[in-house]
Every structure is written in structure tokens, then in C-alpha cells.
Design a protein around this ligand. Structure first.
Ligand code: C5P
Length: 220
């Protein structure tokens, strides 16, 4: 019980990017390795939680002890997350594409010599964190990430309110930080009653610390 404080708890974690197809061979996406999300899923499982990891396309292996649902598009990710409710914990780490292509072409779009390229018409994707944060079966703890390049804490706080989250882990992803695709992370924990600066640490350590915080919050 001490070592597995999350035994009997259900958690949903999203990780990786989403790929939004343009045609059968092309897509638009955000940059995301899935390292942080996968590490969080693994850390929650080590504390005894029953974890469903909904992952976009990544090249890293499935974490052990976790049920993994592989998806491609944001709408598929949303459906898989909603299918995994009810849960006690939701940690949305995926870098979901804000837009999808409005009409995916069934065949490869041909490049025609001398013709200008067609503009891409986009449609807004569902906000999965916001949907979960305001859901009738809202998990007790809803946690999101915010990748920012400026005003990190302020933007994190705004996001906390808008998405109905309990915590936002906000990080500075300016190219100079090397966070994107890297092994380390420097985050600010933005909560309802304040912001905490975490020192730079490995993504695995961020995951451990977040899992411990979740266990502490659910034990009271
Ligand atoms: O609004 P923004 O994309 O910066 O918010 C980031 C947070 O919201 C992350 O936790 C991300 O996983 C989540 N998100 C989501 N669905 C979207 C966009 C973001 O779940 N369509």
C-alpha cells in the first residue's frame, strides 16, 4: 500500500504528436518525441495505477505495465481518451495538432508542372484536455502541459483556467533550451494556489515527481 499508493486508481495519459493527414502520403504535425508522456505513464504504473496511454505516432517503445492505445489523428486520440473514462487521473501530455486538414484527399495530390500549389484548408481540432476538464465524468485530477516560448507562468495560469485543469506543467521550449526531443526538462508547476519552480531534471525525474504529487493529492 505504501509503495503502490495508486493501486486501484485509473489513469489516462496522452503522449506524442498527432498526425493530421493531407493525403495518403503527407501529414501535418507538431514536434514531440513522446518521452515525457511515456515516462509519466510508466511512473504512474510503478505506483500501482492502472494506466491507459493514448499515444500518437512515436519511435520510442511502449512503457511496461501500461495499456497502450496507438492513434494517429487528434479525433482518434479524443475518442480513445473518452473511451477510457471514467478515471481518477488524466495527464494530457500529447502535442495535439491544433488544426487538421478540412478535407483529406483520398489519393496523393499531384504536383503539376507550371501550376501553383493548392492552398490547404484547415479545420480546428477538438481540445482533448479542455473536453476532459469539463466532462461530466471529469477525473479527480486533470493535468496538462504548456509548451511556451515566453511568459511561461502567465500563459500556464491562463491555460489552467480555460482548460479546467488542476495543474499545468509549463515549460519553456525556446530552441536554445534543447528541451524538444531532449532528455531533460525545466518546468513550472502551475496550480490553483500558486506556482512552483522545479529545477532542471531528467524527463524521468519530472515523471517521478509528478506521480508522487498525484499520489499525495489523491491520498487526502
Ligand atoms: O492550448 P495548448 O495546446 O498550448 O495546451 C496544451 C495542453 O493541452 C497539453 O496538455 C495538451 O496535451 C493539451 N491539448 C489537448 N488537445 C488539443 C490541444 C492541446 O489535449 N487539441
Amino acid at each position: 500500500r505504501e509503495e503502490r499508493p495508486l493501486a486501484g486508481r485509473k489513469a489516462i495519459v496522452t503522449s506524442g504528436p498527432t498526425h493530421e493527414p493531407i493525403d495518403p502520403v503527407r501529414y501535418i504535425a507538431n514536434r514531440s518525441s513522446g518521452k515525457q508522456g511515456h515516462a509519466i505513464a510508466a511512473a504512474l504504473a510503478r505506483l500501482g495505477a492502472e494506466v491507459t496511454l493514448v499515444s500518437g505516432p512515436v519511435t520510442i517503445p511502449n512503457p511496461v505495465g501500461v495499456r497502450v492505445v496507438h492513434v494517429e489523428r487528434a479525433e482518434e486520440m479524443r475518442d480513445a481518451v473518452l473511451a477510457a473514462l471514467p478515471a481518477d487521473i488524466a495527464v494530457m501530455v500529447a502535442a495535439v495538432a491544433d488544426w487538421r486538414v478540412a478535407a483529406t484527399a483520398g489519393n496523393k495530390i499531384k504536383k503539376r508542372p507550371g501550376e501553383a500549389p493548392q492552398p490547404l484548408l484547415l479545420a480546428e481540432n477538438p481540445d482533448i484536455l479542455k473536453t476532459v476538464g469539463h466532462h461530466a465524468s471529469r477525473p479527480k485530477l486533470v493535468i496538462g502541459f504548456a509548451a511556451e516560448t515566453e511568459n511561461v507562468a502567465d500563459n500556464g495560469r491562463t491555460k489552467l483556467e480555460r482548460k479546467g485543469a488542476d495543474y499545468i506543467l509549463a515549460n519553456d521550449v525556446s530552441p536554445s533550451t534543447g528541451i524538444m526531443g531532449g532528455e531533460r526538462n525545466t518546468v513550472k508547476l502551475v496550480g490553483r494556489d500558486g506556482t512552483e519552480d522545479w529545477p532542471e531534471m531528467g524527463k524521468d525525474e519530472v515523471a517521478e515527481r509528478l506521480a508522487a504529487l498525484i499520489a499525495a493529492r489523491l491520498s487526502v
